[in-house]
Design a protein around this ligand. Structure first.
Ligand code: BGC
Length: 868
């Protein structure tokens, strides 16, 4: 039978509200028949009918869509076997530029001058009488400078956190649309309340704790549009008729420091009491474009229950949530009026079982809750923490229940991986939790200390792995708009996006920084490979061009001859082999930047050539290829002896030219053999920093060193991926040596100012290898239109299996070795083709449907072959 697997508007299967004039429609199909293919498809919106060809995606191309309107999308598909399938989806247009019948409002009495902290949360309120009649449709359009939480008659309008989300506020600010029809049912008096905390726009942000970056104080903009059954309508917008107070129950809210909440304060009891005063009209200092939400909202996902609780001599209760994650606690309390409960959070414990909060640096990550009488539930709305352990004081264990809510952006799960080695399965889980903890509206470095910033280098290396595990399309699409908006005129990309007050390197904010700035090339490329969205490439192409031009400029500034292609700007503005565990000091990681930066220039120019080719710009593609060739030639001539050996040897210096195909012929074999030797001399332990880690196993396995690659992957001595697993990690650490065998942090002053996080996804970039080589599923054409199934079999594993959800449907793949018999199974989705590559070079082309192929193999011989 033929069925529609997924029908989406702007990559959302439901609830899409868009300002796009040509929204994107995508779908995929499922069938249980062999060799089923799509013959035709039509998509209809009112009078418009679109035929997507065999692409399974098309943009709306009909008459202008009207603002504030709900539309139905009908999909009809026929296949080559004469079957048909049908699906419908709804979407809605947003304001589409309609002027707001509302004004920005604030608390005009609030003078917020204190440094390094966040402002007091503002509470806005309007009590209004609805017109007579039945409400048939009501929408709340709203945004804020700060982060907001809306209620109508005490009921939350949404379960999302941190709206309006984090964007480059100076250029774009999202507004959200909520269907509040049910909340307004019954008419009569309604009390609309919005709490606005500082968030990223006004609150303290980055480790400098700068505040008031985008606004001097919070402001709210909201418009409620109500339609009645009799055809009339009512609009209620924010204006001077709203009231405001700084004396709500949420006394303090800061992304890093936590929240203070006084549950005794009940605003509904003090209707127009002394605290309320009229809101003032605000003139924001920035003038961003207000756009219907186009990202992936942060919501609560998993609910975690503690796996143990212990009581310290101080009477503090310490809960172990069993998982390091980003989110908040939910407390169910049997409290006494005025009782004060303190909740702290940390990723690790001290030897005495108390919380080790040292590495949170200035982030207090503390909740102070003042109880009212009786049973009450509290969970903060304006902060989040990265933690596994929670300490609670001020209440006995019998009177409180602690749960954890994992908060992260909504991203459909698109992949899973497992194999016969349980420790690798734990690693996969750690990678996924690392991602969940750091995909918090923007891609962050870590969720716990006073950073949580959009560090570009981290997502540059992690994007391919993220795209295997999640549908990142909306999330990355949003973030990449900020990358484009924040690109300097000179082509440089800020090291954190949104930069939001953080200009590092301050002295030369316009400079290109290798691997970090490369995000503007590598992230869209990873997303394109996974989902085949050519529009994204088209949009990012000029940004990539400007960036590569800037890199080329900085590389060429110092040096003559071939050295014009060796990029060695002063190390202080580059990160080099960031966190390489074979060197103890930050300055030493940075000193490797001539190698990492030169390889980066080769990588970005080569990738840009591929992008240009995809866009049909062949002449430009040739130019970028030529640049990449010159850089490769310079790397090999300057850094190697011409026979495949680096003059100065370290793992990353081999990994990058091998992975990026800079070595030719025998030299390549020689270099791979030498890397394998280095790895062996190092006890198969990792020696790479951010730029080398994602690629080291590919550099080995794809160049005949499968055995070394697997030994390194499966090694559990420090530093290695499985060392972290052995030490009980449930996420990926920032520093390979973050804990010693006794479970304590051995890192002293290495120049990074206690930069030690236990939840950084960057080194989890090895997930790409798990999918592409261990499981063996890899795209050949963007979006997996054709894909390869080529597992690299090694005696240390006897099976692996997984799924990869492509835009066309889900690939399921598995392999198993039993008594020298390799059995592979694969489901090939409609619209795709699979190239199965077995051991010894046999290949088969597989059509859509289910396939099983067996092959007799000799693992011993296979490993011998690798070594030669
Ligand atoms: C962050 C990293 C980031 C780095 C660059 C750190 O503080 O946590 O992940 O990429 O700085 O210097």
């Amino acid at each position: 039978m033929l069925t529609v697997g997924r029908l989406a508007v702007e990559n959302m299967t439901e609830g899409c509200v868009t300002d796009s004039v040509h929204p994107l429609f995508t779908f995929n199909l499922d069938s249980d028949c062999q060799d089923d293919r799509m013959e035709s498809a039509t998509l209809k919106v009112n009078s418009w009918v679109g035929n997507p060809g065999d692409d399974m995606s098309i943009r709306y191309g009909g008459p202008d869509l009207k603002p504030f309107t709900s539309y139905n999308l009908d999909l009809n598909v026929r296949d080559t076997l004469g079957q048909s399938a049908f699906a419908v989806a709804q979407f809605e247009t947003g304001r589409m530029g309609t002027p707001w019948q509302a004004k920005w409002i604030t608390d005009g009495t609030y003078r917020f001058h204190e440094k390094k902290v966040s402002p007091s949360p503002m509470v806005f309120r309007r009590v209004c009488s609805l017109k007579e009649g039945k409400v048939i449709r009501a929408r709340l359009y709203t945004t804020a400078l700060g982060i907001y939480d809306f209620t109508i008659n005490g009921k939350e309008v949404s379960d999302r956190y941190f709206a309006p989300g984090f964007t480059s506020y100076a250029s774009k600010l999202q507004y959200q649309t909520y269907d509040v029809t049910n909340l307004l049912a019954g008419g009569g008096q309604k009390e609309i309340t919005a709490v606005v905390a500082g968030g990223w726009a006004v609150g303290s942000f980055s480790f400098t704790r700068k505040n008031r970056i985008s606004a001097d104080r919070q402001a709210l903009l909201a418009e409620l549009r109500i339609e009645f059954e009799d055809g009339t309508s009512q609009i209620i917008g924010t204006d001077k008729d709203w009231s405001v107070t700084l004396n709500g129950p949420c006394r303090m809210a800061d992304l890093y420091d936590g929240e203070t909440y006084d549950a005794r304060i009940d605003l509904s009891e003090s209707q127009m009491g002394p605290d309320w005063h009229p809101a003032a009209i605000e003139k924001p200092k920035i003038h961003p474009l207000l756009v219907a939400d186009y990202g992936s909202p942060v919501r609560p996902h998993e609910v975690l229950k503690p796996i143990s609780v212990s009581r310290l001599s101080s009477n503090e209760l310490v809960y172990d949530m069993g998982q390091n994650f980003a989110g908040v606690v939910r407390l169910t309390i049997d409290g006494k009026e005025g009782q004060i409960i303190k909740v702290r959070h940390s990723e690790i414990l001290n030897p005495d079982g108390s919380l080790n909060t040292r590495f949170l640096r200035t982030a207090k990550a503390t909740l102070t809750y003042i109880c009212r009488q009786g049973r009450q539930v509290y969970s903060p709305r304006f902060t989040y923490m990265g933690f596994r352990y929670v300490s609670v004081s001020g209440i006995s264990a019998g009177r409180i229940q602690v749960e954890g809510l994992a908060l992260y952006s909504d991203m459909p799960v698109t992949g899973d991986f497992s194999c016969s080695e349980p420790r690798l399965n734990r690693l996969q889980s750690n990678i996924v939790w690392g991602a969940k903890s750091n995909l918090m509206d923007i891609p962050t470095d870590c969720p716990q200390r006073d950073e949580r910033m959009g560090w570009t280098g981290d997502i540059a290396v992690f994007a391919p792995t993220a795209c295997y595990n999640f549908d990142m399309s909306r999330f990355l699409d949003k973030w990449l708009k900020d990358v484009a908006d924040e690109q300097a005129r000179t082509g440089g990309i800020p090291n954190t996006v949104p930069a939001q007050g953080f200009g590092f390197p301050d002295t030369m904010p316009t400079m290109a920084v290798d691997w970090w700035g490369d995000a503007c090339v590598l992230v869209p490329w990873a997303e394109y490979q996974a989902r085949g969205n050519i529009d994204l490439l088209e949009r990012m192409y000029p940004v990539m061009q400007r960036y590569v031009r800037a890199c080329r400029f900085w590389a060429g500034l110092w040096g003559i001859g071939k050295r014009r292609y060796i990029w060695h700007t002063p190390a202080v503005v580059h990160f080099g082999d960031w966190v390489a565990p074979d060197l103890p000091k930050m300055s030493q990681w940075q000193a490797r930047s001539p190698w990492t930066a030169t390889a980066s220039l080769n990588n970005t120019s080569r990738t840009l050539a591929k992008v240009a080719r995809e866009l049909g710009k062949d002449r430009e593609a040739q130019e970028y290829d030529l640049l990449a060739d010159k850089v490769a030639d310079a790397y090999i001539s300057v850094f190697t002896d011409g026979r495949g050996h680096l003059k100065k040897e370290f793992q990353t210096a081999y990994v990058l030219p091998l992975y990026l195909h800079m070595f030719k012929g025998e030299e390549r074999k020689e270099a791979a053999a030498r890397l394998a030797e280095l790895v062996k001399e190092n006890g198969y332990r990792i020696g790479t920093g951010f730029p080398g880690t994602p690629y080291i196993l590919f550099a080995l396995a794809d160049n005949g060193q499968v055995d070394a690659a697997y030994r390194m992957l499966l090694n559990d001595t420090c530093p290695s991926w499985l060392y972290e697993v052995k030490m009980g990690a449930t996420t990926i650490w920032e520093r390979w040596d973050g804990l010693d065998e006794s479970g304590q942090c051995p890192i002293g002053d290495d120049g990074t100012d206690l930069m030690i996080s236990y939840n950084h996804y960057a080194s989890g970039a090895v997930g790409d290898f798990l999918y592409r080589r261990v499981l063996g599923i890899e795209m050949i054409d963007p979006g997996y239109r054709t894909f390869r199934f080529k597992p690299i079999i090694h005696s240390s594993l006897n099976w692996a299996k997984g799924h990869v959800q492509t835009p066309y449907g889900t690939i399921s793949a598995s392999w198993k070795v039993e008594d020298s018999l390799l059995a592979v199974r694969v489901h090939v989705p409609i619209g795709t083709r699979c190239r199965l590559e077995l051991q010894g070079g046999q290949t088969q082309d597989l059509c859509p449907g289910d396939h099983q192929v067996n092959q007799t193999i000799n693992l011993g011989t296979r490993q011998e072959e690798d070594k030669n």
